[in-house]
Design a protein around this ligand. Sequence first.
Ligand SMILES: CC[C@@H](C(=O)O)C(=O)SCCNC(=O)CCNC(=O)[C@H](O)C(C)(C)COP(=O)(O)OP(=O)(O)OC[C@H]1O[C@@H](n2cnc3c(N)ncnc32)[C@H](O)[C@@H]1OP(=O)(O)O
Ligand SMILES: [Co+2]
Length: 146
Amino acid sequence: MKLGRLNHVGVATPSLERAIAFWRDIMGAQIIREPFDMAGQGVRVCFVETPGADSTAGTQIELLEPLGETSPIAAFLAKNPQGGQHHLAFEVPDIAAAKDWFERQGKRVLGEPRLGAHGTLVFFVHPRDMGGVLTEIMETPKGAGH
Ligand SMILES: CC[C@@H](C(=O)O)C(=O)SCCNC(=O)CCNC(=O)[C@H](O)C(C)(C)COP(=O)(O)OP(=O)(O)OC[C@H]1O[C@@H](n2cnc3c(N)ncnc32)[C@H](O)[C@@H]1OP(=O)(O)O
Ligand SMILES: [Co+2]
């Protein structure tokens, strides 16, 4: 399996508004995508980016607020009321091949691939099988230049 670059770091927050203000005003990040709901994933999302040097790509932070009580980040926020680093998302060229790879390694893939925030299919691998890191695997968006 060919693992690609780190696409984004997911950060859970009880308040998207406060998290955006923090990343913009303290960290100097730019809002690259205004908040939007992903009902199918149970989250409200906003992407901010720390600029890269010259022409290099910046680093995307995916801010996540729970959408409803059944949100997959609800239990995480109950344990971490201020929010915190939630997942790392890596790109792969072929989502089906990647899912097959992780399953053959005995890793728990959480459900079937679903449409992610970048418009490609994503799946998650259980943090207890991944050294404590909830890992998102996403198919590389078309036209992504690296
Ligand atoms: C915007 C769309 C998309 C994108 O395109 O980028 C997203 O990123 S959506 C992001 C939100 N979606 C998800 O997280 C989906 C996958 N997650 C899950 O299915 C669940 O959150 C989970 C990982 C199975 C955990 O479920 P939960 O109900 O919270 O179960 P537990 O509380 O029992 O946790 C079990 C175990 O795992 C530890 N844990 C939980 N979350 C994390 C985490 N984010 N990072 C590290 N560890 C985590 C938790 O502490 C428990 O540990 P133990 O008690 O030691 O067993
Ligand atoms: Co994500």
